[in-house]
Design a binder for this molecule. Structure first.
Ligand SMILES: CC(C)(COP(=O)(O)OP(=O)(O)OC[C@H]1O[C@@H](n2cnc3c(N)ncnc32)[C@H](O)[C@@H]1OP(=O)(O)O)[C@@H](O)C(=O)NCCC(=O)NCCS
Length: 145
């Protein structure tokens, strides 16, 4: 009862001050050693960051709506493990479009952009634009300038 009152107060003031609604973004860890370092400068509603295996977020990182960042998974495919835990790193100034899924163990480089709807299965280098499923590089930002 007291908990839900406090939560409702936070949501009320967040909406009033135009801050992201905390009830619509889930930061979760079911693992005691899970670590979340840094916080996004911007994160859209319906996003989930599971930091059970460690999630490290650089400065000025922008995250769209409905983004799922996984550092831990109980769905392990051919790895056949009980649980897969690997840290995710997101570099300074990276941008992650809406509905992106970032899988455990991925490093997204500084100033990289991930296009909406991508599934990021492998590392993305600094200054690159990656899109698709699985995410692949379509641009290097310095090429555009
Ligand atoms: C990736 C993005 C940032 C555009 O970056 P860009 O460097 O300008 O890239 P371009 O538009 O030149 O597209 C490069 C190529 O990738 C393709 N592409 C762009 N976005 C894509 C996406 N999300 N999924 C698949 N392909 C995509 C383009 O069709 C183009 O393909 P082509 O070279 O065969 O023509 C933009 O398309 C995007 O996805 N923005 C995310 C928006 C969002 O989710 N915002 C959150 C709310 S704030």
């Amino acid at each position: 009862m007291i908990k839900s009152f406090i939560r409702n107060c936070i949501v009320f003031f967040a909406r009033r001050w135009g801050l992201p609604d905390p009830s619509l973004v889930i930061f979760k860890s079911d693992y005691p050693d899970g670590k979340l370092v840094g916080e996004p400068a911007q994160i859209g509603a319906f996003s989930v960051i599971d930091y059970g295996g460690g999630v490290f977020i650089g400065k000025n990182v922008k995250i769209g709506y409905g983004v799922i960042i996984l550092s831990v998974s109980t769905i392990t495919g051919s790895k056949n493990n009980i649980v897969l835990k690997k840290p995710v790193y997101i570099g300074d100034d990276a941008e992650i479009g809406s509905n992106v899924v970032v899988l455990p163990g991925v490093k997204i480089g500084k100033n990289a952009t991930i296009g909406a709807g991508a599934v990021v299965t492998e590392n993305v280098p600094d200054d690159s634009v990656a899109v698709g499923m699985p995410a692949h590089i379509v641009r290097i930002k310095s090429d555009i300038l």
